[in-house]
Design a protein around this ligand. Sequence first.
Ligand code: ASP
Ligand code: MG
Length: 406
Amino acid sequence: MGLVVQKFGGTSVANVEKIKNVAGKAIREKQAGHDVIVVLSAMAGETNRLIDLAHSAAESPDEREYDSLISTGEQVTISLLSIVLNDMGYRARSFLGFQVKILTDQAHQKARISMIDTETIRKELKKGAIVVVAGFQGVDEENNITTLGRGGSDTSAVALAAALKADRCDIFTDVDGVYTTDPNICAKARRLERISYDEMLEMAMTGAKVLQPRSVEMAKKYNVPVYVKSTFSDEGGTLVTKEDKEMEREVLSGITYDRDQVKITVVHIPDRPGIAANLFLPLSERHISVDMIIQNASSQGFTDLTFTVSKKDMKTAQKIVEATAKEIGAKKVEVDDDVAKVSIIGVGMLSHSGVAAKMFKTMADEGINIMMISTSEIKISCVIQRKYTELAVMVLHDAFHLEKKK
Ligand code: ASP
Ligand code: MG
């Protein structure tokens, strides 16, 4: 007998019918003799609806109250599931973040979990209950409700699995696993049986939407085996786990894209110490995260600096950067939102050479211009013109033979 954490996303709990299907999945594990903790998201579209409501009430809603509002969607689904389970004769108890006590820091809308009190959950499990926990939320030390960022239920589930030393964390979603790339734009995309934590983290951070990056970080840190599965079928699935020899043999695991990027260039900046700090400090003070950064070699005491931010931060970033540019005597600021970032990911890059060259040549052969490049040990990202996104993904998928069976 083990302990299983099951997490269901918004499309899996979109209505009562679907919640009944979720109940069936929880019961199946229970009948197999396991202790079961279910973590739920809000019904599909509900968090967006709540966010719109908040913004219709005020242009910049108070952060504390905003979290209090946007976390309510999960209260509906966890209680509904518990009602269904109880009605079917299974003891079930739902808990909000503060009831469990999922303690977080105070960073509203992107809070980090610092501690989980497992006592209440353990007590209920001992009584034979299926424990149903609201994803996406926690509580800070002053009892304010916090939220963990969009897609944060994944992180709630993995954190609970880690805290309770679960044997498995199953993430149920509307796709049957992690694919080599988005099957919606590349018909040859193949489901991966397994993927390493590091690769999954890079995939999640560069545009794959299947798991919240923070949940993967946490799974790696506490060595939680994560299964991505379909709610609607028993077939398939992908195991996110520790890296092994077999994974290294493949050059790439996947290709991702991110159209949520904006490229900002500060032109003709006097090249002296402190300039980069001057530019990026005010952005970080406004919690705008900068992704790729390129500074050109300087010529005659001047340089250009290009970086990318997320689309939602475009207006604010532009304002801030234009002000700084003036202060430091730069010539102008150019903003380009007609871009996308395409990334290739694989632990095999550590042992295979020529991967970057092959990526660049493949795109060059299609006449795709590369505007920015950034790399990590197991990832190469290129910023290109947005209209080439699908083409780049498809030709790279072919060039690296990702369609073939392992
Ligand atoms: N309901 C939240 C959201 O839409 C959390 C989640 O679905 O994981 O972001
Ligand atoms: Mg999700």
